[in-house]
Design a protein around this ligand. Sequence first.
Ligand SMILES: *Cc1c(COP(=O)(O)O)cnc(C)c1O
Length: 362
Amino acid sequence: MSILVPQPGVMDITPYVGGESGVPGVTRIIKLASNEGAHGPSPKAIEAFKAHGSEIHRYPDGGCTALREAVAAKYDLDASRIVFGAGSDELLGLLCRAYAGEGDEVLYSEHGFLMYPIAAKAASATPVAAPDDDLAADVDQILAKVTAATRIVFIANPNNPTGTYLSKSELERLRAGLPGDVLLVIDAAYAEYIDLEDYSPGIDLVEANDNVVMTRTFSKIYGLGGMRLGWAYGSAQIADVLNRVRNPFNVSQAAQEAGLAALADQDFVDSVKAHNNEWLPWTTQKVREIGYDVPPSIGNFILVRFPDEEGKGALDADEFLKSRGIIARRMAVYGLPESLRVTIGLEDEMRAFVAALAEFHG
Ligand SMILES: *Cc1c(COP(=O)(O)O)cnc(C)c1O
């Protein structure tokens, strides 16, 4: 037995396992497991990344200055209150570390993003899950779980893996119902895909309250998951706190260059979004026609729910799809063992997925 003892909570973490990327013996793989974006990154982002190759011995700009200014200009934000991270995951972890510790509670919705309980435990805080209402976050149930020990409430909007979202007014009601000393983290990883009237990524709430922070990522619509690039926008105090706890060079210059080019290529983003606007409803409808329940999703993925029946369940479906080279994501770690999450891929990938699923269903 080692005499080294990690901080409370650390050994309770079930390490995060990413989506699989290969199937032994299958050469043509359709990877629909990690919401990575069907189209990859903008060719301009790839160019910028390559052009930086001869400079990788240099330390990056630790302040991500050009990128913060570009994001600020794009969304009309205060650049000094933007903090970049190595993916938004890093920022979620830093927020926990900075604002919660042993004896504190970190609240999230039952089928919320898996990084929230992991980040809470890594900070020795206690993760608390509020029950969902039929797979969607429920403001009343979240508020009912708030105690004097609550320090942070995480809400992914829309949520991964359910694809459901809280309307702008529900999000406002959540903030209004929280005590002033509770930080509301709005994780808007899929915001760029959405232009629904009643959806807000949360910038309005950040501007109106000094205890709200929004996180965003370049991993989804921008297709830069491998670069590890995300950002947070909050009050001056929150930005200051994040800048104190983050590593000084947490974002590589290659990621910054790729991010800048990706941000400037709005045509590419528009085309990815148009693709999703077509193939998300198409796939949802086809899967429902086959006979599976799919909660309404506004992200670039759907949750497919299988019956708890011998040979017909989610794991059986997963095995079958894999035999066809199609990799979906198992959901047991999210408390949804009867479901698979499927990313919206390219047209031929979606057609192949739907055909395989229909064959499996029989
Ligand atoms: C993918 C995802 C993230 C992680 O984004 P990174 O910037 O790659 O760390 C965060 N939140 C949600 C809800 C996600 O689905």
